[in-house]
Write a new protein. Structure first.
Length: 262
């Protein structure tokens, strides 16, 4: 079993007391958790300083949950809704093409798959929800990176740091990545030409929320044995339609897309 940090556990114990109480004094927390009074005051002061608790101007001072927890809960709720809607949209696209469909989000320099529907073909891409891959090696990743402002892209990919390849076709230089991202930005579509898997090609399009921000990307992934120029066009049209449908589910209305916020 992995080791845990006692101070963090105690801080979380304090926060979880508020699941049943709207406000608590330090003395209440001390009594309920059986912790030393000094320890409780230090932990509570830290939580107040970080915005996880707020102090009420009363005697004795009582504490309530702070806005920082509301912000974290909002982010979590948004992602739950995105994953649920993404699964519905991916299912519709997969039904139309019988190829593997994925929806991914950007986390630093990696993509995380939040929804997927497998092809029924015996030869197909194998993947899993929660899997991470280097963003520069995937169609969904390059699509999401294309929406970043220059400073966010520079922070992830400094000019003096080579990119680690996954296959011989992977992009290996920041300059090469920036060139391709510029093209993706203009076209509104990204391709993975066997850059993450030598036997699989992908096409991806961005997904936007109600603010016009790119929050995810949807892709169709196809083994190269079934990938042809004609069908590439068909899959590109299909994933554009699917990504647009998912964007509408998230409240997006057609208009100039906003950049991804890092």
């Amino acid at each position: 079993m992995a080791r845990t940090v006692p101070a963090v556990n105690r801080a979380l114990d304090i926060l979880e007391l508020f699941l049943a109480e709207g406000a608590l004094a330090a003395s209440d927390i001390t009594a309920r958790l059986g912790l030393p009074r000094t320890t409780v005051h230090e932990l509570v002061n830290t939580l107040v300083d970080r915005g996880y608790l707020v102090a009420e101007p009363s005697a004795p001072i009582r504490y309530q949950l702070g806005m920082r927890l509301f912000e974290l809960g909002g982010v979590f709720a948004d992602r739950l809704d995105l994953a649920r809607q993404a699964q519905h949209a991916a299912t519709e696209v997969a039904a139309a093409c019988d190829e593997s469909v994925h929806v991914a989000i950007l986390d630093g320099a990696e993509v995380v798959y939040i929804a997927k529907v497998d092809s029924t073909h015996s030869v197909r891409m194998v993947s899993a929800v929660g899997r991470r891959l280097p963003a520069h090696c995937t169609a969904v990743g390059k699509m999401l990176l294309s929406a970043l402002p220059p400073e966010a892209l520079d922070a992830r990919y400094p000019d003096d740091r080579p990119l680690q390849p996954m296959t011989p076709n992977s992009i290996t230089t920041p300059a090469g990545l920036r060139t391709q991202l510029s093209e993706i930005r203009q076209a509104g579509v990204a391709y993975d030409d066997c850059e993450s898997n030598e036997a699989v090609a992908c096409v991806a399009v961005g997904v936007f929320d109600h603010t016009g921000r790119m929050v995810a990307a949807m892709s169709v992934s196809v083994p190269t044995v079934r990938w042809t120029d004609r069908r590439r066009e068909q899959w590109t049209d299909l994933v554009r339609t699917g990504a647009a449908a998912l964007s509408r589910r998230l409240g997006h209305h057609d208009g100039p897309p906003a950049r991804h916020r890092s």
